[in-house]
Design a protein around this ligand. Structure first.
Ligand code: DON
Length: 311
């Protein structure tokens, strides 16, 4: 990979912000009422370096719904608790080539939720979080892990949690279908509720960039200096993100951006450039696959301009 000059990175982040902020197109997620109401003009970019420096532009301290980006965090937690091989056996590390909430993907794979980074695998992952059978103990493990990765606590957006719980019918089907295939390792309704709650956590682009850098930095949080996970897990995490981070558009994403990244319907994207930095961008309007239009444009602008590419 091209060696990064920090001054160039600082300038290109600013440039990306200016070039992308006026882009029109996309619309807020509307299947969760809370998300439909968020100001569509919010936009921020943050890059965190292994030195702990965070380069920021725009609304990087605005607290938005983490949504599917939380799947990466809980994948880290179950990888820590079970090890890489058991996660491969119980969940998998494959792309589905289908939307994030696909029931078809479960039926096609028979009993296999494919990856912890789609809804089915994420609900299985939540069912696996230890201590089994203890909803509050599991929740503490989930949020403590989120705080360790991002260097500060995330807060539950209660209105988002209520909004998601009232509308998550498809995910309820997924949880019980997985139960039918013996791929739920705790109470299905509890596992679904943990998934819904983790998606409803509020996060900032700055926190996501720090978490991305912890992942890019072999598990060492650059701000707190805590070793959050074993360095051996770092390539497993990045490979999961690279494989399915943009669902059915992951190939297009990697082909054009060169960086493993994961999106959420709250408008956030986290990117991991191994050994170099973590990046996050946030803007609510999404494309038809549920990925933030501006966040994608901003991250691509930066990687293309600096000729950064993991391949
Ligand atoms: O499962 C859901 O519908 C949401 N809570 C999370 C979906 C999500 O963020 C998909 N990513 N682009």
């Amino acid at each position: 990979m091209n060696k990064i000059k920090i001054d160039d990175l600082r300038n290109v982040v600013k440039e990306a912000y200016e070039k992308v902020k006026g882009i029109q197109g996309g619309k807020n997620a509307d299947y969760i009422p809370f998300l439909a109401k968020i100001d569509p003009n919010l936009f921020g970019i943050a890059v965190c370096l292994p030195t702990g420096e965070v380069i920021e532009a725009g609304d990087t301290n605005y607290v938005f719904g983490i949504e599917s980006v939380s799947k990466v965090f809980t994948a880290v937690l179950v990888l820590k608790q079970y090890g890489a091989e058991e996660i491969l056996n119980k969940i998998g590390a494959d792309a589905t080539g289908l939307p994030f909430n696909s029931i078809m993907a479960i039926l096609l794979e028979k009993d296999h939720p494919s990856t912890p980074l789609v809804n089915a695998g994420a609900i299985t992952a939540d069912s696996m979080v230890k201590p089994i059978g203890d909803s509050e103990g599991k929740w503490s493990a989930i949020i403590d892990n989120m705080a360790a990765l991002s260097g500060s606590e995330l807060v539950l957006l209660d209105e988002l949690y209520k909004s998601e719980t009232a509308t998550n019918f498809n995910n309820r089907s997924i949880a019980w279908l997985l139960k039918n295939y013996n791929r739920i390792y705790d109470d299905p309704d509890m596992s679904l509720d943990l998934y819904t709650r983790q998606c409803s956590m509020g996060v900032t682009a700055k926190q996501l960039a720090i978490a991305g850098c912890t992942m890019a930095n072999d598990g060492l949080n650059p701000v707190t200096q805590e070793q959050v996970f074993d360095p051996e897990l770092a390539p497993k995490i990045t490979s999961l993100v690279a494989t399915v981070g943009f669902y059915e558009h992951t190939g297009d994403w990697l082909y054009t951006s060169g960086i493993p990244a994961k999106s959420g319907v709250g408008g956030g994207v986290i990117g991991i450039m191994p050994g170099a930095f973590g990046i996050a961008a946030f803007a609510p309007p999404l494309d038809e696959a549920g990925n933030s239009v501006k966040a994608q444009a901003a991250i691509k602008y930066i990687t293309q301009k600096l000729k950064l590419n993991i391949f």
